[in-house]
Structures are given as C-alpha cells and as structure tokens.
Unconditional design. Structure first.
Length: 212
C-alpha cells in the first residue's frame, strides 16, 4: 500500500506516519533522507544532486523524483511505503504518475488554522538537549526551564506566529491543488486531525481499508 499523508505543518503527519510504519510494516520515506542516502551511496542521481547542493542551488523536481522512483523500487518498499515531503506541488504529483510511482491512497489530516497556530506557537524547545514542550499540552515542571537539563527554553523561529501564518499560506496555496488532483483520481480521503492521536489513526486506517 503506497500512501501520501497531507496536512499543514503541525497537523500531526509525523506522529501518524510513525504509528503507521509499525502497524503496516512499511517504511516512511522522506525526501531529505532519500537525498542524503543517494549522495552517500554515490549513485548517479546522488552525484548530480550533490552538484546542485554544493553550488547552493535547489535540486530540480525531475532529479528529486528520479531519486524517489529509485528509492521506492528497493526491496523494503515491496509491500508499500509512506511518502513524506513529496509531492509538494501539482507538477511533482503529475511527474510521479508519469514515472510509474503509483499512489494508492492520499490522506489529508484536516486541522483548522487557528488550532495549528495554537499548537505551534505554544511549542518550546531546549536548545541544549533538544527536549520539546508545549505551554498547555505538555508544560515543563518549572515554567521556561527544561525538565531534563534545566536550560532556558526557547521559541524556534519556525514557531513564531508570523512564520506559522506564512507557512500555512504556502501550504494552502500548494496543497489545495493536490487534494483536487488526487480527489479526481478517487484516491483522496480526509480525516479530522483535531481528535486524539488514537482516534485520528483509527480513522486513517479505516480510510485506507487497513483496520488493524
């Protein structure tokens, strides 16, 4: 079963992907990891990608999608995979189809922008040990201090309100067309991401016909 999880930053894609990997025994593949692997393995596509990256240029779609096609042809993807970070645009989705990377199900985890903003702007991280907290959902024992090492917690630039709003604008601009594209192909399902992690996971499994 080949899956794509769509959802705004902070919608819970990463959390759901981790659970699905265990329940379905298929790998989650991120574009970042794929690029690093291709470069480390010295594949032809990896060498080309490295050239662009060394020059500080963006790696072109065709190259990234070629690396995706190579990766999903590996033995560990024989039973399926979860794609993370691609496709981000309609052009990438169309190119995946042309390359024969068949997607069975696309699940969009729907969360209101106001909820996303509250989730992300409430995050606090420890710059020293990397521990993560949330002012309401998972507060530290001492306000503003890491439970593990006592360091002062910070707000990441990514979690600043104006940054979060901009990321949501970008997400909606690029992803609404993806939902339309996969909807017309009959592969799109939407799931409420404002419920519990377990509830959302049960709905995803139901949507893809894989209740475990």
């Amino acid at each position: 079963m080949n899956l794509i999880l769509l959802g705004a930053p902070g919608a819970g894609k990463g959390t759901q992907a981790e659970i699905l990997v265990k329940k379905l025994s298929i790998p989650a593949i991120s574009t970042g990891n794929m690029l690093r692997e291709a470069i480390a393995n010295g594949t032809e596509l990896g060498k080309l990608a490295k050239k662009y990256m060394d020059e500080g240029a963006l790696v072109p779609d065709e190259l990234i999608l070629g690396i995706v096609a190579d990766r999903v042809a590996q033995p560990d993807c024989a039973r399926g995979f979860i794609l993370d970070g691609v496709p981000r645009t309609l052009a990438q989705a169309e190119a995946l189809e042309r390359k024969g990377v068949k997607i069975d199900h696309v699940v969009s985890i729907e969360v209101d922008d106001s909820v996303i903003e509250a989730r992300m702007t409430g995050r606090r991280v420890c710059p020293k040990c990397g521990a993560s907290y949330h002012v309401t959902a998972n507060p530290p024992k001492t306000e503003g201090r890491c439970d593990s090492c006592g360091s002062e917690l910070i707000v990441r630039k990514d979690d600043a309100p104006e940054t979060v709003r901009h990321r949501l604008e970008v997400y909606h601009a690029s992803t609404e067309v993806l939902k339309d594209f996969y909807g017309k192909l009959g592969r799109l399902a939407t799931v409420n991401g404002c419920q519990s992690i377990e509830g959302a996971n049960a709905d995803i499994l139901k949507a893809i016909g894989a209740e475990v």
